[in-house]
Design a protein around this ligand. Structure first.
Ligand SMILES: Nc1ncnc2c1ncn2[C@@H]1O[C@H](COP(=O)(O)OP(=O)(O)OP(=O)(O)O)[C@@H](O)[C@H]1O
Ligand SMILES: [Mg+2]
Length: 519
C-alpha cells in the first residue's frame, strides 16, 4: 500500500510538473536561447511521432510554384468551405473576388472534422509566419497559410490513394461552380507585362451577358439541335480520348448583321458555364503571338474571333496562291505541308497557316474543353480550308427573322403568344427580309404610350415591315432596271464591236483587192 502510495505521489508530482511546464512555457520561451528552443521543438516533435498513432500531412499555400498559389491548396480551401464548414464552429465570411458573392470559409486555427469511409480526419487551417529577417519577394507573404490534415496511421493508404484525390476533385468542382465567369480580351503585345496586374496577355472583366437560348429567336428545331450538340460536347471527354481527338469543337456562325450571332455566343457561354475569350486578331502581331495567346487560355472556355473575314487579309493571299497553281483550295487543303511555303511567314503578321495551326495544330490540344467560334457576315469570302468540317465542325446560319423566330421575340418583349395581328405579320415576314434586331427594336415599348400596349407595338411593327417591303421592292426594281440597262449596254457594245469588226474586215479585203490589182 505504502509502495503504491509512493508511486502515485511520484506520478502526481510528474503530472503537476508537466502542467506547470505547459502553463509556464509561453513565458519561459522568451528566456530560452533560440538554438535550444529549436532543439526542444524538434525533440518534442520526435517524441510525439514516436508515441502518437496519428500522421499529419501539410498543404501549404505556395507549394513549389513560388509565384503561384498551389492548385491543391485552393482545392482544399474550396472543399473545406463547402463540405465541412457546417461542422466548424468558427467561420469567416468575405466577399468573393468579384465583390458580389458571399464566401464563407473556415476560420484560422479552427479544427474541422471530416469522415470518409468510416475514417475520421481532422483539418487544421493555420498561418505560418515567415521569418522577419528574410526579405520576401512574394505577394502578401508576411504570413503563409497552410492546412494540416491529421489522421490515424491505419488510414494512411485510404487517405493517400482515395481521400486526397477525392478532396482535389470535389474542391475543383466547387471552385468551378462558384466562380465568376469572365470575359477576356487580348492586349496589344507591346503592353504585355506579366508582373503588373491588368497588363498580362489577356485582360478580363466579369462576364454578365444575360442572353440565353430561351430568349434567342430562331427556329426551335435548329435551336434544339445546337443545344444538344453543345451538351454532347460537354459530356464527351472520354469519347474524345477514345477517338484520339483534342477535346474542342469549332462553330462557324454566319449571316447578315443583326441576326443574333454575338447573342448566340453569349447564350452558348451561359449554357455551358464557360469563360469567353474575345480575340481581337488585328492586335496580334504574328503567329507566335497567336500561339502564346492560345496557351494562356484556360479550359472550359469559348474562344471567339468575330468578323473573321474583316480581321486579317487571310483570303486574298490564299486565293492568289491557288490561282497561280490553278488548283482548288479544297484540293490544296489535302496537301497541308505546302501551306507554309505558299504564304511566306515573315513573322510580321498573322497568316492563314498560323490561324489553321491555332485551330487544330499541336498546341491547340493543350488544356482541352474549348470551343472556338468564328463569326462572319460573308461566309463565301472565307477560305474553304479555314472552315472545313473538322476545323469548324458546325456551321450555323443565322438568318432573317421568320414567323417562328418572331413568336419568341413577341413572347420575350411583349409577353404575347397569340394575337390577331400575328397572321398579317407572318405573311409580311415571309415576304420581307428583316433582321431579328430590327424586329426586336420595334417590339421594345420604349415610349410611355406604347408601354403596356402590345397592340400598338405590333401595329408599329406591321408599319415598319410594310415600309421595309416597299423599300426592298423599290430597291429590287432599281436593281432590275440597272441590270437591264447594263445588259442593254452590253448588247449595244457587242453589236458595235461586231459592226466595227465587220467594217475592218471589209476594209482589209478592199485593201487586199487593191493591192492585188496594183500588183
Ligand atoms: N436571334 C435573335 N434573338 C434575340 N435577339 C436578337 C436576335 N438577333 C438579334 N437580336 C437582338 O439584336 C441585337 C443585335 O444582335 P447581335 O449583336 O447578336 O447581332 P450580330 O449577328 O452579332 O450582328 P453583327 O453581324 O452586326 O455583329 C441584340 O442586342 C439582340 O437583342
Ligand atoms: Mg456581332
Amino acid at each position: 500500500m505504502a509502495v503504491a502510495g509512493m508511486v502515485l505521489d511520484k506520478w502526481g508530482a510528474v503530472w503537476s510538473g508537466l502542467a506547470s511546464l505547459v502553463f509556464l512555457w509561453p513565458m519561459l520561451q522568451n528566456h530560452i536561447p533560440t538554438g535550444l528552443r529549436q532543439w526542444l521543438t524538434i525533440l518534442a516533435d520526435k517524441l510525439t511521432t514516436l508515441f502518437s498513432p496519428y500522421l499529419q500531412i501539410t498543404i501549404s499555400e505556395y507549394g513549389d510554384h513560388r509565384f503561384r498559389r498551389s492548385d491543391f491548396f485552393l482545392a482544399v480551401e474550396a472543399y473545406l468551405s463547402h463540405a465541412c464548414a457546417r461542422r466548424a464552429r468558427r467561420l469567416k465570411a468575405d466577399l468573393g473576388r468579384d465583390a458580389k458573392n458571399l464566401q464563407v470559409s473556415v476560420d484560422d486555427h479552427q479544427e474541422v472534422t471530416d469522415d470518409f469511409r468510416d475514417a475520421m480526419l481532422w483539418w487544421y487551417p493555420s498561418n505560418k509566419p515567415t521569418r522577419a529577417s528574410v526579405i520576401s519577394f512574394y505577394p502578401a507573404d508576411d504570413e503563409r497559410r497552410l492546412y494540416r490534415l491529421v489522421f490515424h496511421r491505419r488510414h494512411r493508404d485510404l487517405v493517400l490513394d482515395e481521400y486526397l484525390p477525392h478532396v482535389l476533385a470535389e474542391g475543383r468542382a466547387v471552385t468551378v461552380r462558384n466562380r465568376q465567369r469572365r470575359l477576356f480580351t487580348n492586349n496589344a503585345s507591346n503592353n504585355w507585362n506579366p508582373y503588373r496586374s491588368g497588363n498580362g496577355i489577356w485582360s478580363h472583366v466579369p462576364f454578365e451577358h444575360p442572353a440565353n437560348f430561351d430568349t434567342l429567336a430562331m427556329d426551335p428545331d435548329k435551336k434544339a439541335a445546337i443545344t444538344d450538340d453543345l451538351m454532347a460536347f460537354k459530356e464527351s471527354k472520354d469519347y474524345y480520348v477514345s477517338v484520339g481527338k483534342a477535346w474542342k469543337r469549332g462553330y462557324l456562325l454566319y449571316g447578315p448583321p443583326g441576326t443574333g450571332k454575338s447573342t448566340m455566343i453569349a447564350a452558348m457561354a451561359n449554357f455551358l458555364d464557360y469563360d469567353v475569350y474575345d480575340l481581337e486578331l488585328t492586335a496580334v502581331k504574328n503567329n507566335t503571338e497567336l500561339r502564346k495567346l492560345y496557351i494562356e487560355t484556360t479550359g472550359k472556355s469559348i474562344i471567339v474571333i468575330e468578323d473573321i473575314d474583316c480581321s486579317v487579309d487571310l483570303t486574298s493571299k490564299r486565293k492568289k496562291a491557288s490561282g497561280d497553281k490553278k488548283a482548288s483550295s479544297e484540293g490544296e487543303d489535302d496537301n497541308k505541308p505546302k501551306l507554309p511555303t505558299e504564304e511566306k511567314d515573315d513573322g510580321t503578321k498573322v497568316t492563314l497557316s498560323g490561324l489553321l495551326n491555332f485551330i487544330d495544330g499541336l498546341w491547340s490540344a493543350c488544356g482541352g474543353e474549348r470551343i472556338i467560334i468564328f463569326t462572319t457576315n460573308h461566309k463565301e469570302k472565307l477560305d474553304p480550308a479555314l472552315i472545313r468540317r473538322g476545323r469548324m465542325d458546325v456551321h450555323i446560319e443565322m438568318s432573317y427573322c421568320r414567323f417562328e423566330a418572331f413568336k419568341v421575340l413577341a413572347k420575350n418583349y411583349l409577353g404575347v403568344e397569340k394575337h390577331e395581328l400575328f397572321g398579317e405579320i407572318r405573311q409580311l415576314l415571309e415576304e420581307t427580309d428583316v433582321s431579328p434586331a430590327d424586329v426586336a427594336e420595334n417590339l421594345m415599348p420604349m415610349s410611355k404610350k406604347k408601354k403596356k400596349d402590345p397592340d400598338a407595338c405590333l401595329a408599329g411593327l406591321i408599319e415598319a415591315l410594310n415600309k421595309a417591303k416597299e423599300e426592298a421592292a423599290a430597291k429590287a426594281k432599281e436593281e432590275a432596271e440597272a441590270a437591264a440597262k447594263a445588259k442593254e449596254e452590253e448588247a449595244e457594245a457587242k453589236q458595235k464591236e461586231a459592226a466595227e469588226a465587220k467594217a475592218k474586215e471589209a476594209a482589209d479585203a478592199k485593201e487586199e483587192d487593191e493591192g492585188k490589182a496594183n500588183g
